[in-house]
Design a protein around this ligand. Structure first.
Ligand SMILES: [Zn+2]
Length: 94
């Protein structure tokens, strides 16, 4: 006979999942892997050539060796850098 009820282990908290579209776009940009034709990621990459990005969505792609945090916009693919105040700005192309 059990005097105390057995405690059930608490379920693990749900971790936020990475955006699969951003992942596919970054795979295309960094590794050269083409997304599946007709997928949202392929549409995103195709729309870059149209040329508008209403609001940049920077993704940190830098390494610890970089002097400044570097990134890339997940929507338009432009290179971005983070200034001293933590705001992302489009990097000027040479
Ligand atoms: Zn952008």
């Amino acid at each position: 006979m059990k005097l105390w009820p057995r405690r059930r282990p608490a379920p693990a908290p749900e971790r936020p999942r990475a955006n699969p579209i951003q992942t596919a776009v970054l795979e295309h940009d960094l590794l050269g892997i083409s997304p599946e034709p007709g997928s949202p990621a392929a549409l995103t990459i195709a729309l870059r050539q149209v040329g508008t990005c209403f609001e940049h969505d920077p993704v940190d792609t830098g390494t610890m060796a970089d002097a400044r945090p570097a990134g890339q916009c997940a929507r338009c693919g432009r290179l971005m850098i983070q200034d001293d105040e933590g705001c992302w700005q489009v990097a000027l192309q040479p």
